[in-house]
Design a protein around this ligand. Structure first.
Ligand SMILES: CC(C)(COP(=O)(O)OP(=O)(O)OC[C@H]1O[C@@H](n2cnc3c(N)ncnc32)[C@H](O)[C@@H]1OP(=O)(O)O)[C@@H](O)C(=O)NCCC(=O)NCCS
Length: 180
């Protein structure tokens, strides 16, 4: 289902009945994210929170091809906050630097507020993924923790949080955006 159109591209809700979309989503993610995810991880996110998976198509070029995807979820955290979590985000290399990822993150934030009245949104990204850090920090996410050897490739991660409600902004500390 079409959610919005921006710069001639279609932003759609994932269709849980579409085997083709499931396959394409798992393929584009496996191709461009370092961490290998099993099919069960995709099932977990896409079956439980289909409302938080959005895809992008350039329908003038190809009606079916997915050129960007974001997968997220929302859950209570320690019984005190409703926490949104961005699990996976990938844009086809030929479509990068056109704000597609920013649009997908903003769309997810908007829907998490609308459907679940979230307090905050969290994610992890590799310490060396400067593109992802730039993207998320330009949208207001802040570094809260460095997670040592978090990924299978042994790289560290930064945990980033975007506070939505005031109570989520009340923390002892955020890390400097210049931390490495
Ligand atoms: C990271 C990724 C999702 C960015 O997608 P995108 O659609 O090109 O991002 P946007 O066009 O919305 O860029 C948003 C901002 O981030 C910056 N940015 C994006 N990629 C960048 C890169 N590789 N290096 C430096 N800055 C980058 C943009 O310049 C832009 O900054 P601006 O607001 O100052 O202009 C995409 O490169 C990708 O799919 N990478 C592989 C998978 C990945 O790393 N996913 C994130 C894992 S958490």
């Amino acid at each position: 289902m079409l959610v919005t159109q921006i710069d001639g591209l279609s932003y759609l809700k994932f269709d849980p009945s579409s085997k083709d979309q499931f396959t394409q989503i798992s393929e584009i993610i496996a191709q461009h994210l370092l961490e290998p995810y099993s099919i069960y991880v995709y099932w977990y996110f896409l079956n439980k929170w289909p409302q938080y998976c959005f895809i992008v198509k350039d329908e003038l070029v190809d009606q079916d091809k997915i050129i960007g995807v974001i997968i997220s979820k929302c859950e209570p955290h320690n019984n005190v906050r409703i926490r949104g979590y961005i699990g996976m985000l990938v844009i086809d290399p030929t479509y990068r630097n056109r704000k597609i990822a920013s649009n997908l993150v903003n769309l997810s934030i908007e829907k998490m507020i609308e459907y679940d009245n979230i307090d905050e949104i969290m994610l992890e990204t590799e310490v060396i993924n400067l593109g992802a850090l730039k993207l998320y920090e330009s949208l207001g996410f802040m570094r809260t923790k460095r997670l040592y050897r978090y990924y299978l490739n042994t790289h560290d991660a930064f945990r980033l949080i975007l506070p939505i409600l005031d109570k989520s902004g009340c923390r002892l500390a955020f890390l400097s955006p210049l931390s490495v």
